[in-house]
Design a protein around this ligand. Structure first.
Ligand code: DSN
Length: 416
């Protein structure tokens, strides 16, 4: 790269990513092949519209790429219709709301503080400006309260029920949600759409290791860069033709202009990687590593949630007398990257929090083993107990551990 200033910064970030332990549950490392597609000349092409129905000429290969991404997404999630154009998960959610609802409609979702997402009705997001949000909660064990959800439906009469979360460590019973909604609709005669934002667990769904929300929801949204290991972006899925038409119009021309065809090509590559048996093996390892670290922290006496997926929460306030912000900062001194997170019933402000969210999708892509995950729990526990001095001392151990893993710029997930 001729631009030395930018090249040097990228080089430093590459070094940081290689040396450190990445435990942010929403991050992952795309393969060299995904990044090659992402950096391709497809970025130069305007292609507003959809395959075969573009507003620009010269889209013959662009159409091939987008059709390939659509077909692969459909195979991956066993679904009839896919839109691969959303620039992000937030854009996908915006498009889904618009496809299903009128402005001012009522949406029943989980509160951000209990593990929801900004676009699920946070006061600082567009979502709460356009729609009226009411929330369901968690029970005293911080699990979804299905009976409470059912009760809320009858109390609130929402137009849309939203499931799928950013910081929920347990399995989600989409089948039970569908049954609850069917019962409600039958009794009241009111139409209530079922939307699932599966951004966090999409890789687990793709690997067939949890219920597939596409079997139960009217519409499913996702990002492609978390457990799916693709480029940064979003997708929309449905089994209903009428809804697929509404979704397409809602993405373009309503919320977006020209699609990012280089990103769509990278999505196609990632979906192909995710369709391989090796992806199922990878995802099983993610779950195993997450549980191993979780169990180890529990055995050290930390107050942790348990886990059924790729992430768990630590109550650092009760375990170590630290806010989430302080714990995040301490761990970053040792090049362990996590994010502070609100936990159920949190009394701290969102900028402080009582919790940390820890996930193993990214570390596992580099070759983190179960033994490494247990060693990481031990590092985290020592640092949070010992403070800054211990954090500085442990940095070398962290670098030693990651030096045995694959380098991020060499990762390939497709067999030759
Ligand atoms: N910001 C993402 C996360 O960290 O979970 C959700 O979009």
């Amino acid at each position: 790269m001729k631009d030395k200033e930018v090249a040097e910064i990228i080089q430093e970030e590459t070094r940081r990513q290689n040396q450190g332990i990445e435990l942010i549950a929403s991050e992952n490392y795309p393969s060299v092949d995904v990044r090659e597609a992402q950096g391709s000349i497809l970025t130069a092409k305007y292609a507003e519209g959809y395959p075969g129905r573009r507003y620009y000429g010269g889209c013959v290969y662009i159409d091939e790429i987008e059709n390939l991404a659509i077909e692969r997404a459909k195979s991956l999630f066993h679904v009839a219709f896919a839109n691969v154009q959303p620039h992000s998960g937030s854009q996908a959610n915006f498009a889904a709301y618009h496809a299903l609802l009128k402005k001012g409609a009522k949406i029943l979702s989980l509160d951000l503080n209990d593990g929801g997402h900004l676009t699920h009705g946070s006061p600082v997001s567009f979502s709460s400006d356009w729609y009226q949000f009411v929330h369901y909660g968690l029970d005293e064990t911080s699990h979804l309260d299905y009976e409470g959800i059912e009760k809320k439906l009858y109390e609130e009469n929402p137009d849309l029920f939203l499931a799928g979360y950013s910081a929920y460590p347990y399995a989600i019973d989409f089948r039970r949600m569908r049954e609850i909604l069917d019962r409600y609709q039958e009794k009241t005669g009111k139409r209530c759409y079922f939307l699932v934002d599966m951004a966090h667990i999409a890789g687990i769904v793709a690997a067939g290791l949890c219920q597939n929300p596409c079997d139960y929801a009217d519409v499913v949204t996702s990002t492609t860069h978390k457990t799916l290991r693709g480029p940064r972006g979003g997708i929309l899925l449905t089994n209903q033709e009428e809804l697929s038409k509404k979704i397409n119009k809602s993405v373009f021309p309503y919320t977006q202009g020209g699609p990012l065809e280089h990103i769509i090509a990278a999505k196609a590559v990632a979906f192909q990687e995710d369709l391989q048996p090796s992806f199922v093996t990878y995802m099983k390892k993610v779950l195993e590593n997450t549980k191993a670290c979780n169990d180890a922290l529990f055995s050290f006496g930390a107050k942790v949630s348990s886990t059924d997926n790729h992430l768990f929460l630590v109550n650092v306030k009760e375990s170590y007398g630290l806010t989430g912000r302080e714990a995040e900062n301490l761990l970053s001194l040792a090049d362990i990257t996590v994010n502070k997170n609100m936990i159920h019933g949190d009394k701290e402000k969102p900028k402080d929090t009582s919790g940390l969210r820890i996930g193993f999708a990214a570390a596992t892509s580099r070759g983190c083993t179960k033994e490494d995950a247990i060693a990481i729990a031990s590092l985290i526990d020592s640092i949070l107990k010992g403070g800054e001095k211990v954090a500085e001392e442990k940095k070398e151990e962290v670098h030693h551990l990651t030096s045995s893993w694959k380098r991020i710029e060499e990762l390939r997930y497709l067999e030759d």
